[in-house]
Design a protein around this ligand. Structure first.
Ligand code: HEC
Length: 248
């Protein structure tokens, strides 16, 4: 691993230069970023709660459509935030981006109906992490360069190359989120030039809970049900980072 870390560290130094550049954040940028993370998380929780249903090999049609998943995600969102996301002004930046997130959720679940409804297959690999990655990709497409979201993790934990942290994320994870003194759950945000554009970036930390450790826990190196070697993660370790970029 150490040989591949070297370029990452070099890239990190390059990334430090424009760190302070960029315009002042929009008034509600932090709120927008957090609402996008919240919606993605809520939908991911729905997919997590439905794992037994999804992996039922007797049942064909599960009636778990994009609309059904979105409805349950919206209910969770409203419960947690006290805001009905469907009532946000579609002309506002938050309304527009949150709608793109909701559309992404529907798109991914609908596109995966053949997988979800496949009879005769138990474990289908349609797990929360895979779902979240696909929603993030779809959101990036629908947000048309105005915003991006990604679920990443500390570099040594990353399974899918597409989820690898970029130099800014690596630096935030190592210097802030993994710092013992960092308040648990507190997001880190900064104005950072990204892809040559001024942007407001937020990294939201998430920690392993018991259910994650079936796949990400011990013994380290042993294959999990998805065919990846377990990472040896422990309860409450930093296991995920939701990274949101809002371009100015
Ligand atoms: C059934 C096994 C399983 C469980 C349970 C599980 N994961 Fe994963 N996780 C995976 C797989 C497989 C991937 C790779 C997904 C992909 O291909 O994008 C992954 C990817 C991730 C990623 C994206 C970064 C990467 O490594 O590609 C994060 C972050 C993550 N998991 C965190 C968690 C957390 C936090 C939990 C508990 C809430 C959890 N996982 C539960 C199997 C699991």
């Amino acid at each position: 691993m150490s040989f591949s870390l070297r370029p990452a560290i070099l890239a990190l130094c390059v990334a430090l230069a424009p760190y302070a550049a960029g315009a002042a954040p929009g008034e509600n940028d932090m709120g927008i970023a957090q609402s996008l993370a919240e919606m993605l998380r809520d939908a991911r929780t729905v997919i997590s709660d439905k794992q037994d249903l999804i992996n039922d090999q007797q049942l064909g049609d599960k009636h778990l459509t994009g609309e059904v998943v979105l409805e349950q995600a919206v209910a969770k969102y409203e419960k947690d935030t006290g805001v009905d996301p469907k009532k946000l002004d579609p002309a506002s930046r938050q309304g527009r981006l949150l709608r793109a997130m909701m559309a992404a959720i529907v798109e991914v679940v609908d596109d995966n109906q053949p997988t979800i409804n496949e009879k005769g297959t138990g474990f289908k690999g349609f797990i929360p992490a895979v779902f979240a990655r696909m929603v993030a990709e779809s959101f990036d497409h629908l947000a048309k360069g105005e915003a991006e979201i990604k679920v990443t993790a500390p570099l040594e934990l990353v399974r899918n190359r597409k989820a690898r942290p970029d130099p800014w994320e690596i630096q935030v994870i190592e210097k802030r989120l993994l710092d013992r003194a960092w308040p648990r759950g507190q997001p880190f945000s900064a104005e950072v030039e990204t892809n040559g554009r001024p942007a407001f970036r937020v990294a939201v930390p998430e920690y392993y809970v018991e259910s994650c450790l079936v796949c990400h826990g011990s013994p380290k190196g042993e294959m999990d049900i998805t065919g990846y070697p377990k990472e040896g993660g422990k309860l409450n370790d930093l296991g995920a980072v939701i990274s949101i970029t809002l371009y100015h």
